[in-house]
Design a protein around this ligand. Structure first.
Ligand SMILES: Cc1ncc(COP(=O)(O)O)c(C=O)c1O
Ligand SMILES: N[C@@H](CCOP(=O)(O)O)C(=O)O
Length: 463
């Protein structure tokens, strides 16, 4: 399997090279040259298998040339051993035809653990093979950061620097990033929003001298390996509800578009997905784009679902690559236009291609809160604000005989203030994290300045 850049002008790589590379050197994102297919029989055969076995069968065709069966099976087994639910990603029913996929039973209580735990294992295998050391820099609006720290803390051959927007993550999210005491972990509170964090990260990748000097690697969903591991739960959920004999739709609380794009890959592999519904909070650039055909930045607005406070939705570039018939030059032009003018128009043909697969909805702050209140009364499910955004949009898109699955992307205990304001209930953290508020914090406040960030990383990383 070969991996190519969405902008068409970077070296073609193997899976493990793409994984260690992160962002392509032409600024694009790596995607598989062709998507492996699973037949209806192969999909039907997934019924009743463990999450781990499904993960192996779904991931292997994408990375089998880089990792042996034993290596991949071992990585998957270790990745999910610490999850707090035997099903890993259990489904619960909210209403007739509407199901919730709980993706928050991992070590840091968000869906990021599903991919981050696996790629943590795969990185270790590959780095040991190559005898290499790397510097991981991640940008987070709250959840990717803690999941990355959990997956890479304490490793001798990896330093982890996490940029998060100062004052714009929940206290639980911040403490998950600032309380680990391992010397290879560095939490950096940046003066700016998530787009600034992600922007400076991409600047570092595009600064080749720095990138090569520190051995820069990325674990955001710009990294193809992250997306791949997230494809798996679309299969487990759909098969549990009758696929391949029945179509299934998914609603996904969306920010950086990585999670919903994993659903697109599952669909491309042959999973009968009818619709992928993008659910946004008031940072609704994707909803506006699908509605109007213009991708237009208008500034990040802080919300009660802070992990989705994003305007520059990185993985939308991968969706555009498909919508433009895999024309890397066209994608590069759109991205240049966005950089220069803060927006671009999607061509009519590409817009139609997107609308064939994706629908969308936007949820206001009040509606998010109301959904948390109403869903507790209706189904007994206590939602985090991100999942509430999804559930509201999901309810509105349930239609006909096709089951709708909404992804619950974080545990309500990560956002206790919003949940308490909506329900009067302050959800407790699991016992293993019960002392989170007593642990001492270690964090560095940093400016939104590339040179200053690179200097800090160069100084702190272990040679
Ligand atoms: C809890 C939560 N929900 C939803 C999202 C949006 O996911 P994506 O960025 O993959 O669209 C995020 C952040 O990525 C998140 O942390
Ligand atoms: N919501 C994310 C933002 C980064 O997303 P990623 O999937 O690209 O890593 C977060 O919580 O950090």
């Amino acid at each position: 399997m070969r991996y190519i850049s969405t902008r068409g002008a970077a070296p073609v790589l193997t899976f493990s090279e793409a994984m260690l590379t992160g962002l392509a050197r032409d600024g694009g994102l790596y995607v598989p040259e062709s998507v492996p297919q699973m037949s209806a029989d192969e999909i039907a055969a997934l019924a009743g298998l463990s999450y781990e076995e499904v993960a192996f069968r779904v991931m292997k065709p994408f990375c089998g040339e880089s990792f042996s069966d034993d290596e991949l099976k071992g990585a998957i087994a270790r990745a999910y051993a610490g999850f707090g639910h035997v099903a890993r990603a259990p489904l619960v029913q909210l209403a007739p035809g509407h199901f919730l996929l709980e993706l928050f039973h991992g070590p840091t209580l968000a869906f990021k653990d599903f991919a981050m735990q696996v790629i943590g294992q795969l990185f270790q295998i590959e780095l040991e093979k190559q005898g290499r050391k790397i510097t991981i820099v991640g940008a987070t609006s709250g959840d990717t950061g803690s999941a990355a720290i959990e997956a890479f803390r304490g490793l001798d051959n990896v330093d982890v620097f996490i940029l998060f927007p100062h004052g714009r993550v929940s206290e639980v999210q911040r403490r998950q990033m600032t309380t680990p005491s391992e010397a290879n972990v560095h939490a950096l509170a940046l003066d700016g929003d998530f787009d600034d964090c992600q922007g400076r990260l991409k600047d570092m990748f595009n600064h080749f001298e720095f990138r090569d000097e520190v051995g820069l690697a990325g674990v955001n969903s710009i990294n193809w390996a992250r997306v791949l591991a997230q494809v798996v739960y679309y299969f487990t959920a759909a098969v549990a509800l009758g696929a391949p004999h029945r179509k299934i739709s998914f609603t996904v609380p969306t920010g950086n578009f990585g999670d919903i794009f994993a659903g697109f890959i599952a669909r491309e592999m042959g999973l009968p997905i009818e619709q992928l519904v993008i659910a946004t909070n008031q940072n609704d650039i994707l909803h506006r784009c699908l509605t109007t055909g213009r991708y237009e930045m208008d500034g990040v607005k802080p919300s009660i679902s802070p992990s989705m406070d994003i305007q520059i939705s990185s993985n939308f570039e991968r969706a555009l690559f498909w919508a433009y018939g895999k024309d890397g030059k066209a994608v590069a032009q759109l991205m240049d236009e966005m950089k220069a003018k803060g927006g671009f128009a999607v061509s009519q043909g590409a817009l139609e291609a997107l609308r064939e697969i994706y629908a969308s909805g936007r949820v206001s702050e009040q509606e998010t809160s109301l959904t948390i209140t109403e869903e507790l009364a209706r189904s007994g499910e206590l939602l985090c604000p991100h999942s509430a955004v999804g559930v509201r949009v999901g309810h509105a898109h349930v239609s006909g005989a096709t089951p709708m699955v909404t992804l619950a992307t974080a545990h309500p205990a990560k956002f206790p203030d919003a949940v308490e304001a909506a329900t009067g209930i302050r959800p407790p953290l699991p016992p293993r994290m019960a002392d989170l508020f007593e642990r001492s914090e270690r964090v560095t406040r940093v400016p939104n300045d590339l040179a200053a960030l690179e200097a800090l990383i160069t100084e702190r990383r272990r040679a």
